[in-house]
Write a protein that binds this ligand. Sequence first.
Ligand SMILES: [Zn+2]
Length: 141
Amino acid sequence: MQGFHGLSLSEAAAFHGHKGPWLVLGYRVGLRAVEVLKPETEHDLNCLVKTPLKTPYTCAIDGVQASARCTLGKLNIKLERSDVGEIKYIFTNNKTREKIGFKLKPEIKRRIKEILTMKGLEGAGEWVAAQPFHVLFEEKP
Ligand SMILES: [Zn+2]
């Protein structure tokens, strides 16, 4: 396959099994990394995910795999346990050496929990999809 092709959000949801808020979060952060770092192939990006190693937080990893094409199979995604509850995604373009990091804003975790209670899994997924990116993440090179 020529060039860079990620999955659509519905394809990502089909792969993961549901379109929950954490899947959508991971999908969006991967998409943003692609936008900024402009990979040309599925091998160009590397991702380091710092997260509590439990669901639903780890659902985001499937989103990243779908949109940024950093996958466990290609060994270009790595997971690191975050015990303090901080959630970070750090992407590197192997060719250009450019790097970008995203930190989930702490209030978003709380907000997602509230919306899950009110609107359920898909409703919370839609909420995450509808937020401006900067509401969800802090971004730094
Ligand atoms: Zn999930």
